[in-house]
Design a protein around this ligand. Sequence first.
Ligand SMILES: [Zn+2]
Length: 315
Amino acid sequence: MRNIPSAGGWSTDADPMPHPSERPDSDDLIRARTTLGDFELTILSDGTYFLDGGAMFGVVPKPLWEKRAPADEQNRILLGLNTVIVRTGKHTVAIETGIGNKLPDKLRAIFEAKEQLPRAFSAAQIRPEEVDIVVNSHLHFDHCGWNTTRTPDGRVVPTFPNARYFAHRGEVEHGHLQLERDAVSYTSDNYDPLVESGQMTLLDTRPGETTPIVPGISVECFPGHTAQLLAVHIDSGGKRATYISDLIPTSAHLDITWVMGYDLDPLRCIEERKRFYARAIPERWMVLFTHDHHTPYGFIELNEKGKPQVVSPGV
Ligand SMILES: [Zn+2]
């Protein structure tokens, strides 16, 4: 752990995220492997991408957030796209599917999308055909991009032909509205073909409710980033890991008020973070971060100032 000077009472004692100029190479296909009870967890990466640092930290002043997430000359910070594969012994579950290969050229260039998830599967020796469950926390393009693959001849086909996909019904409906605020975040090719073919099951999990998917895998609704954001709980051997998705996108976002400019309801995000920490900290849940390339998972504790910080990070 590096020691960062204290900044106005915010906790800043975790390692900062890498500067955007630190381009990871191919050995970043697999970000971590670990176990949870009887389950095997493999964190694959669809690659790094770039987003505006201001948008990622909402109203937090740049002098504070850039200590944790250095920005380049275009104010962009380096983010990851983490897919978690859970092997339960009975099921092979994929949580989130990255950015995919269907972005228009302009967006692909802006984000510098790597589109490397298929290579990550190969490196981990996991075949897409083995995956029998896919769970999307929500349907923003950077979370469900490899649900489907664009083939060289322009067709859009399921990336995981033998999987049952799960997403929230409200996300599909919201995406179809194509609202001014967030139309760009929803690419229907990522879900409509799966809904139409019957391969995607749409969930109606209400805020605060939990819905089982398969034994040891369930989703809980934490609204705020979107109205129906789903966290994915993984339970085995009396231990829990939670893919908390965009409620807490990186380990630089742990402070309850450091919510994103992208969040549709930032006040709700703050309340939902409190609700999450009230269980995740005392019960020592492993927290899996969706967009943290540097620290894909860790445990959360309160420091001496009572601020949440990551300890025992996975890498
Ligand atoms: Zn999102």
